[in-house]
Design a protein around this ligand. Structure first.
Ligand SMILES: Cc1cc2nc3c(=O)[nH]c(=O)nc-3n(C[C@H](O)[C@H](O)[C@H](O)COP(=O)(O)OP(=O)(O)OC[C@H]3O[C@@H](n4cnc5c(N)ncnc54)[C@H](O)[C@@H]3O)c2cc1C
Ligand SMILES: *[C@@H]1O[C@H](CO)[C@@H](O)[C@H](O)[C@H]1NC(C)=O
Ligand SMILES: *[C@@H]1O[C@H](CO)[C@@H](O)[C@H](O)[C@H]1NC(C)=O
Ligand SMILES: *[C@@H]1O[C@H](CO)[C@@H](O)[C@H](O)[C@H]1NC(C)=O
Ligand SMILES: CC(=O)N[C@H]1CO[C@H](CO)[C@@H](O)[C@@H]1O
Length: 649
């Protein structure tokens, strides 16, 4: 009894001694934070909130040439580019609000806070039958810019072979890398950086609206990760030195940056570059022929079914499930850019999809297209957690616990506010490496005897990506440790498992079912297992010795995982596998008989006046990050549609 009283008195004394300092520091941190948030929010709001239409009634029954459904990554590109032609009247309808007014979208490290918020569609997947039956959180951005407003800002686009495969499939060279590269260059404005002179930009765009460069904060840990990769035999290829090298392997390597500090969609002021911030600038929004409406959820596409072929003639939309529904006419085209989950969802709600499913939900069938929502493919990731030996992680940004944490947070806030640098400017996914699961140097056949089907897009394309983050997290940030951690991650860039997006209800405001069907193909598990083993090897290199505390015995960390059996590791992969946020291919561009929903000009087969342009049209998932290709296909399609509309006049 007396002991506990003494303890309490001691605690009080300690609290009395520390609280004033805590309060002072805490309130200074809070003040700085509020200052940053207010300043950044209001300066932007003045410029960009005004031009967005929020009164949906004002749009009712109006006519446009092109109606774009979804103001996400591809949708913003289309709106910006199509409205360059003053003779085309464009309407963009976006379910969410503006992303550029949200501080957690603008600050590169802030996006974790937008997950599970009202600014995301917060899916839980169907139980993953090959991954211990678990349901997994699965977010999609719900705001202008779409996922480009909440993504990790890693500007790596895949491998040239990915796009060459698209060209071969469609028999259309315009989709091949050599041609599509122009569309990548069209969106890019590569910014030089003193620390990385090898990025000379000679094969990159320099005039586009999307600024890419090396302006994110990079921790010492991430630099050490690159050295660690070298120590296990992954060659460090200076990124993007594309000058005059031979075409084949060297260009591929350069494009991929087999191992590199990631180039990011972060500008020289340390602010995220989203499709909204890049394409919906005040000058663009001032165009009389462009209308951008926010908080406008498209509930269905309207068809004229009087002719021999159904024709999309407009869309219906609403602010909320119970609010009034409005409609607008599209004189020339309706373009779906609602992303890999919502584009097939909207098609189904509109009567274009698998007949049986539509009928089960009482939706009148316009056209039976079994491939709508099928072929869902996503990159499955597994994470490994370690104790950060340097105690220099992102922990104070998330969860400041001590005076020194608060001091670090305050310093970071000030640094970010004044220079746009410091820990807050990290994109979290700071460096990455790409490897092949059949590389005999990394996976000696004696140790890994199974021959796996080659799912890559070519001899110089990868099937695994490794990356590191200056903080370990579980469940997409729902759980973090209360001490300093470091994490290594591995994901499969060319999975062969396929899932589906299915209707759960005819209510357009109810989320559809999402089943990425992780690990359905046994080779996927084997490749991830190899990646996991490689990561463990990297974690135990000399280069990471100073950064990872392998003496730590916390059972929730992976310091002893390398001692586990292959079978145990496979179980860990199944237990941890989840989305790295790259779903694609639910409205595939492919010949009809190969599960195609759209043709090479992104026209939905079997109907007129309807296109799809977003990640859902990727014939196969790219061997890397997906936002770049969404921007590029937006550029490509906008150019073609402008030309097409002109020719029709
Ligand atoms: C957390 C996270 C991290 C990621 N990290 C990276 C990365 O580092 N690098 C990278 O390259 N890629 C990354 N990605 C993936 C990449 O951002 C996406 O693949 C890409 O942005 C998708 O673009 P999209 O145009 O297909 O769809 P989206 O950008 O998702 O756009 C779809 C838009 O449609 C709107 N919409 C949906 N339904 C309706 C409706 N009924 N009516 C009106 N509007 C509607 C949505 O609100 C959204 O704005 C990440 C994604 C996430 C979620
Ligand atoms: C980049 O390319 C130039 C010209 O080909 C070459 O001289 C230089 O060594 C290269 N730099 C790196 C870092 O590879
Ligand atoms: C890191 O923090 C732990 C306590 O959590 C402490 O034991 C260790 O000495 C610290 N290491 C460094 C390098 O500060
Ligand atoms: C976060 O994790 C807790 C505990 O595991 C869980 O109960 C909760 O549902 C999770 N929160 C969300 C929003 O998923
Ligand atoms: C098709 C259309 O509405 N065009 C209008 C675009 O804006 C100009 C003014 O800049 C009008 O003159 C056009 O009629």
């Amino acid at each position: 009894m007396s002991g506990s009283v003494a303890l309490t008195v001691d605690k009080l004394r300690l609290a009395a001694a520390t609280y004033p300092r805590l309060l002072v520091l805490g309130s200074s941190a809070l003040a700085t934070l509020l200052f940053v948030l207010r300043l950044r929010a209001t300066s932007k709001r003045k410029k960009s909130k005004g031009p967005y239409v929020e009164n949906l009634a004002a749009l009712a029954n109006k006519q446009y040439d092109v109606v774009i459904v979804g103001g996400g990554t591809s949708g913003c590109v289309l709106a910006g580019r199509l409205s360059e032609d003053p003779s085309i009247r464009v309407l963009l309808l976006e379910a969410g609000g503006s992303g550029t007014v949200l501080p957690y979208s603008r600050i590169p490290s802030g996006y974790g806070r937008l997950l599970r918020s009202e600014h995301a569609f917060n899916f839980e997947t169907e139980p993953q039958v090959n991954a211990q039956g678990q349901q997994r959180y699965f977010p999609r951005g719900k705001m202008l810019g779409g996922c480009s407003s909440i993504n990790a800002q890693m500007a790596q686009y895949g491998a040239p072979g990915d796009f060459d495969e698209w060209a071969t499939l469609m028999g259309d060279e315009s989709w091949g890398w050599r041609s599509l590269q122009k569309s990548f260059q069209k969106f890019e404005r590569v910014l030089p950086h003193a620390e990385y002179p090898e990025m000379d930009g000679s094969e990159r765009g320099t005039e586009g609206p999307v600024r890419v460069g090396y302006f994110n904060y990079v921790s010492e840990h991430s630099k050490a990760f690159l050295r660690a990769c070298e120590q296990v035999g992954i060659p460090l290829i200076p990124d993007f030195n594309t000058s005059k090298g031979p075409i084949g392997a060297s260009r591929v390597c350069v494009f991929l940056g087999f191992l590199a500090v990631t180039v990011t969609y972060v500008d020289s002021k340390g602010v995220r570059v989203s499709a909204e911030s890049a394409y919906l600038t005040p000058e663009v929004l001032a165009r009389p022929n462009l209308t951008v409406a926010i908080h406008a959820t498209v509930t269905k596409i309207l068809f004229d079914e009087t002719g021999p072929t159904p024709r999309a003639v407009g869309v219906e939309f609403a602010k909320s499930a119970t609010g009034p529904r409005y409609s607008v006419k599209a004189r020339k085209e309706v373009v779906l850019s609602a992303g890999a989950i919502h584009s097939p969802h909207i098609l189904m709600l509109s009567g274009v999809g698998p007949e049986k499913q539509l009928k089960a939900h009482g939706i009148p069938v316009v056209l039976d297209v079994p491939a709508v929502g099928a072929n869902l493919v996503d990159h499955p990731v597994v994470d490994m957690y370690f104790k950060d030996k340097k105690n220099d992680s992102m922990l104070p940004m998330r969860n400041p616990k001590s005076l020194s944490d608060i001091a670090i947070l305050t310093r970071s806030l000030v640094q970010y506010q004044i220079w746009g640098t410091g820990k807050l400017a990290t994109n979290i996914g700071e460096s990455a490496a790409f490897v092949r699961s059949d590389d005999p140097k990394l996976f000696p056949p004696a140790e890994y005897p199974r021959t796996l089907a080659d799912s890559t897009s070519g001899a110089t394309s990868p099937d695994l990506e490794l990356f590191c983050t200056p903080l370990a997290y579980k469940d997409h940030g729902n759980f973090t440790w209360d001490f300093h951690t470091y994490a290594l991650h591995c994901y499969l860039v060319r999975p062969e498992s396929r899932g589906a997006v299915l209707l759960k209800s005819a209510d357009p405001f109810a989320l559809p079912s999402v089943d990425p069907n992780y690990l359905a193909n046994p080779d996927d598990l084997e490749k991830l297992f190899r990646g996991f083993r490689l990561i463990l090897k990297i974690a135990h290199t000399k280069a990471l010795e100073a950064y990872i505390d392998h003496k730590n015995t916390d059972p929730t960390l992976d310091h002893a995982t390398h001692t586990k059996s292959d079978e145990e590791i496979r179980q860990i992969v199944k237990e941890r596998v989840e989305t790295v946020y790259h779903p694609t291919s639910t409205c595939r561009m492919a010949p009809v008989e190969q599960g195609g929903v759209v043709d090479a000009r992104l026209r939905v087969y079997g109907v007129e006046g309807l296109r799809v342009c977003d990640a859902s049209v990727f014939p196969w998932i790219v061997s890397g990050h997906t936002a770049g290709a969404c921007l590029a296909i937006g550029e490509k399609f906008a150019e073609e549609l402008k030309r097409e509309i002109k020719a029709r006049k």
